[in-house]
Design a binder for this molecule. Structure first.
Ligand code: ADP
Length: 264
């Protein structure tokens, strides 16, 4: 059997401050198959962001390993290995206001990974192309973030996350700061890009509707542990652990529109 694109084993992250310590993630095992879309759900503070940061080597585990396409990666890996990992991955965060540098033009923001990763070719043309891919206009490259709405900014953030053609796209609550209509549009856009670019998707979301719409696997987290995982329909319709049942009952499906059939 081929190895999954991402494989975590025994992943643990303990934050220490003086004499107290917080186990943000405890002994997590996770496989993300190439081409799949995996949703991570759980209450605030359950360790979702910590897991994602460790998988992307943005943080170093206290113990455990992460392999990406069979190669071991963590934040203490060599510069070459980290550079290689950055080329394979892109991330979109929750807040499209905080995540875009207001002093940089949209073109510079979106193109930054191309320069940072030393990707050759016509970078300006690639930036214009990817802006159109996310439903913006190529000429918007000359403008600045404050000229755009929240939804447009999240499109810009998405363009930056995929400009270098990663294999894995990670979203840490990428839709939460957006209003309902815009959320549905960005959701549809992510689904479209996923299919078109054959992206593997890892999505942290507290919105079950989003996960149901976009993800074929779900991971449920509680107190730093993965308490349940499996195919989306199975986990959402027949949760095995009481925590998942409570979680599902406590989270309203905010936007019924995202449950439309026709998911990719
Ligand atoms: P989630 O993404 O599910 O909201 P997080 O991964 O952000 O959860 O946090 C998991 C736990 O780790 C929480 O108890 C949080 O307070 C703690 N934590 C996260 N980051 C830090 C940090 N930099 N320093 C100390 N504790 C942290």
């Amino acid at each position: 059997m081929t190895e999954p694109l991402v494989r975590a084993r025994g992943l643990t992250r303990i934050y220490r401050a003086g004499r107290s310590s917080t186990t943000a993630l405890a002994d997590a095992d996770l496989d993300v198959a190439e081409g799949s879309a995996v949703g991570i759900i759980g209450e605030s503070g359950s360790g979702k962001s910590t897991l994602v940061r460790l998988l992307l080597a943005l943080d170093t585990p206290t113990s455990g390993t992460v392999r990406f396409d069979g190669r071991e990666v963590d934040a203490s890996a060599g510069a070459r290995r980290l550079h290689w990992l950055r080329r394979q991955t892109g991330i979109v965060f929750q807040d499209p206001y905080a995540s875009l540098d207001p002093r940089m033009s949209v073109g510079r923001i979106v193109g930054e990974p191309l320069w940072a990763l030393g990707i050759d070719g016509d970078r300006r043309a690639r930036v214009r192309e990817v802006l159109e891919d996310v439903g913006l206009e190529a000429d918007m490259a000359e403008r600045y973030p404050h000229e755009f709405s929240g939804g447009q900014r999240q499109r810009i953030a998405l363009a930056r996350a995929i400009v270098h053609r990663p294999r894995l796209l990670v979203g840490d609550e990428p839709l939460s700061a957006l209003d309902v209509t815009v959320r549905a549009q960005i959701l549809a856009l992510i689904a479209e890009l996923r299919t078109r670019d054959r992206l593997t998707l890892l999505l942290v979301s507290h919105d079950i509707g989003v996960v149901q719409n976009l993800c074929d696997q779900v991971v449920v987290m509680k107190d730093g542990r993965i308490v349940e995982e499996g195919p989306t329909e199975r986990v959402l319709l027949e949760p095995q652990v009481p925590y998942t049942r409570r979680l599902l009952a406590s989270i309203p499906v905010i936007d019924p529109g995202v449950n439309d059939p026709g998911r990719a």
